[in-house]
Design a binder for this molecule. Structure first.
Ligand code: NYM
Ligand code: MG
Length: 212
C-alpha cells in the first residue's frame, strides 16, 4: 500500500480576516497533536520573484497588471516541487492564500475575466480543502486601519470579496466557509476540526490538479 499523503489546506479571505493567525495556530495545533505539518504563505516575499512582488505591493515599483498577475502565479509555481514532495512524504501543507487570492485580486481590477486570471494557475496542486474566512467589509474596517500597501482600501476589498464569491460557485472544489468574526480561539477550534477530518479523508487519495 502506498504511504499516506498529507493534505493541502488553503486559507483564503479578504485582508484582515485573520488568515495568518489562524494558519499559524493550525500548524502548531496539528504538530502538537502528532501530525506532520508545514506552513507556506503566498506571496512568499523571500524569493527573487517574491521580492519583486513585495516592491510592487509597497509601491516602490510599478508593474503592468498582467505582469504582476503572472509573477504572483510564478511565485506559487516555484514552490510546487517542494510542496509535492512534502505532501507525498505525509506532511500536511497549510497555505496562507493561494491561487484564489491571485484570481480575486486581479479580477477586482475590473478589466480582467475570471477565466484569463485562472489560466496561469491551472495544474497547481489542488487543495483538498479551502477554508474561506468570511468577514464583512464593515467588520474588517472595524479591525482598525488598513495597511498602506496596494489593494488595501475598503472599496477594492469589496470587489475582491465579490470575486471570491464567484470562485466559490465552483463545486469541484472543497470550499468551507467559516465565520471569521468569532473569537480567535473559537475559530481555531472549528478550523482544526475541519482540517483533521479532511486529512483523514484524503490520506489515501491521489493529489489532484487545480482547475483541470
Ligand atoms: N495577492 C496575494 C494578490 O494580489 N495576488 C496573489 O496571488 C496573492 C497570493 O497580495 N493584499 C495580494 C493580496 C494581499 C497582498 O498579501 C499581500 P499578504 O498576505 O498581506 O502578504
Ligand atoms: Mg497584507
Amino acid at each position: 500500500m502506498a504511504a499516506r499523503r498529507g493534505a493541502l489546506i488553503a486559507l483564503e479571505g479578504v485582508d484582515r480576516a485573520g488568515k495568518s493567525t489562524q494558519c499559524r495556530r493550525l500548524v502548531e495545533a496539528l504538530r502538537d497533536a502528532g501530525h506532520r505539518a508545514d506552513l507556506l504563505r503566498f506571496p512568499d516575499r523571500t524569493t527573487e520573484i517574491g521580492q519583486l512582488i513585495s516592491s510592487y505591493l509597497g509601491r516602490e515599483k510599478n508593474l503592468e497588471d498582467h505582469t504582476i498577475h503572472l509573477l504572483f502565479s510564478a511565485n506559487r509555481w516555484e514552490h510546487v516541487p517542494m510542496m509535492k514532495e512534502k505532501l507525498h512524504q505525509g506532511i500536511t501543507v497549510v497555505v496562507d492564500r493561494y491561487a484564489f487570492s491571485g484570481v480575486a485580486f486581479t479580477s477586482a481590477k475590473g478589466n480582467f475575466g475570471l477565466e484569463w486570471c485562472k489560466q496561469p494557475d491551472v495544474g497547481l496542486p489542488k487543495p483538498d480543502l479551502i477554508l474561506f474566512l468570511q468577514l464583512s467589509p464593515e467588520e474588517a474596517a472595524e479591525r482598525g486601519d488598513f495597511g498602506h500597501e496596494r489593494y488595501e482600501t475598503s472599496s477594492f476589498q469589496e470587489k475582491v470579496l465579490q470575486s471570491f464569491y464567484c470562485l466559490m460557485e465552483d463545486k469541484t472544489l472543497n470550499w468551507k466557509t467559516v465565520n471569521a468574526s468569532k473569537s480567535i480561539e473559537d475559530l481555531h477550534r472549528e478550523i482544526k476540526s475541519i482540517a483533521e477530518k479532511t486529512m483523514q479523508e484524503v490520506q489515501n487519495k491521489p493529489l489532484e490538479e487545480l482547475w483541470k
